[in-house]
Design a protein around this ligand. Sequence first.
Ligand code: CP3
Length: 357
Amino acid sequence: MSAEAQGSATTGAGKPLLRALAGEAVWPPPMWLMRQAGRYLPEYREIREKAGGFIKLCTTPEMAAEVTVQPIRRFGMDGAILFSDILMVPWALGQPLRFAEGEGPVLDPLRDAAAVAALQPEMLRERAAPIMDTVRLTRMALDLHAPKVTLIGFAGSPWTVAAYMVEGHGSRDFHTARGMAFGDPALFGKLIRTLVEATTDYLLAQIEAGAEAVMLFDSWAGMLPPSQFRRWVIEPTVTIVRKVQQLHPSVPVIGFPRLAGPLIGEYVQRTGVATVAMDTAMDPRFAASAVPGNVGLQGNLDPLALVAGGIALETETRQILAAMRGRPFVFNLGHGIEKVTPPEHVAALVRLVRSGG
Ligand code: CP3
């Protein structure tokens, strides 16, 4: 059996993204973009306005499924990522959340044992049910209209989600959360254990509803010194990945330990993720040397090169493609797409990657 036939036999439909995530060096590489559904698209802004609030949009399956497929319809990426947010897990655990206009997410900060004890893991499946309906609706739409496109589910990693839960909002340095991790590791550990269970359950529910791959966003992994990175980033991820692999061995997990730097190799080796996403600061050649050749790499164009377009976009994209040729690779950005990105630059990027650079 040829390598290609083998890839499609193990992954079912022979979708390019699933083949790459299963360790095949597909070329030109499959691609999708972090935050590909969002405010840079007029069709997103229209639905967002109709929905009213952001949480309302995430919990209205017809609307959330529609914005999930909008970028596929317009640009034809290989992956559609569920439209939701990493903070929907704390929301489903009962922590009050709002998305304030121009301010980003705001949570009632969680600072003591009583607040951790008040979380309601038993409510997660019920509160997250509309999100699973979004997954089901999206999967049906893709199966019908875009059968080569892979549906990606996701969650935030326990460390990053805990950082928002403790801090109560975005922060440059997440002082309070890092302080609690050092100052009261028993309490912080209890929060992390709650999140490991909730996140595992939440990802399994997405897979049961039709997600074909899942991604763990650890946006603030790089804030931690190595000992704390091992304890709060690597160990919780090990537990989640192991459980997902046990129950769904054919569903690849993508890890995104943002700004992990030289710890990327240890992260991959310990956690067993199928693919690791590189942030904008990661040198793809370093990642290629630090990560075993059967593990996929994903990334890592700077979203600002996409805003700039033209020669900056072409040069950066070609450099990444050249470094990744010959190994399992998924083209993506190194962080979420910027609101000011001209949609025609995204179309140009898709053409360039499709040409193989
Ligand atoms: O990638 C996608 O298209 C899927 C949907 C998705 C969103 N957020 C939608 C969103 C995903 C995968 C996320 C992940 C997420 N959310 C992360 C991890 C990745 C990263 O960016 O580091 C984090 C840290 C969050 C938390 C979050 N959500 C912040 C900090 C903000 C405010 C920033 C902003 O751009 O306003 C959000 C809101 C949010 N999540 C928006 C979208 C499209 C914008 C809200 C709006 O439309 O008003």
